[in-house]
Design a binder for this molecule. Sequence first.
Ligand code: SF4
Length: 261
Amino acid sequence: MPIWTHSRLETAEACPLNYCWSYLERRSGYSIASGAGRIGNTVHSALETLIKNPGDNVEVVLLRAIMAHNLTTQEELEALTFRSKVEAFTQRFHAWRQKHSVEEDQYWVERKLAMDAEFEACSYTDRDKAFFRGVIDLAAMVTKKDGGKILFLWDHKTGEPTDIKEKAKQFHGYSILGLATYPDVDEVRCAIHYVKTGQIIFFPQKFSPETIRAELQNGLMDRIKNAEEIASLNDPPAVESWKCTFCQYAPVCPLKGGAAP
Ligand code: SF4
């Protein structure tokens, strides 16, 4: 049984052929880490370091991340343009954290969450138990004056802002994992932090435990069933989608004029 992730399900939904080659046959050798991808990983890594260590020098942190991700000179210049944004978000997050009395042990950078098939939390690395898992860029638990708990989940994006509603399935998955991990939470709120513009856009719906259990968990199981059906196809079709822009298989995709190997 595979360990399901939002990325895996999203790939199956976008293009069955890509899903088959990426996740079932695990065809490798086509991988082309794009410049945008390398810059994104660099900025993510610098953000993680700075949020964990807000006193560190932002320039040094960014330069270290640039070296670790092997950027070209042009990519390096582009990554350096994020300097003030990375610094501003770090300051903003810690000011927000202090305002809401979020202690050191109540926020998490790159939080790895996993659950079993009964929606109970389990270890991220437990391959026998883990059924669905995900990595949340930044998470924080706020305890309200009345004792109620709100779990905030953020995803950093270095690309251009898009319609937040397109992230619904991703946030549903995160919220299910959040409730599995923190069953006493009263509400889950999800947001995208667009690093380039500094915008933080919240998903309009706040998820209660009741909604997560009654609606989102069923939705996740439907997605998994759909991916299992795609996996059983003898000849999975190539489907034009947003995925094509980043697809490593484009040179050999029949839809793009390539001959499937
Ligand atoms: S290029 Fe597009 S259609 Fe072809 S395999 Fe990749 S995602 Fe599918």
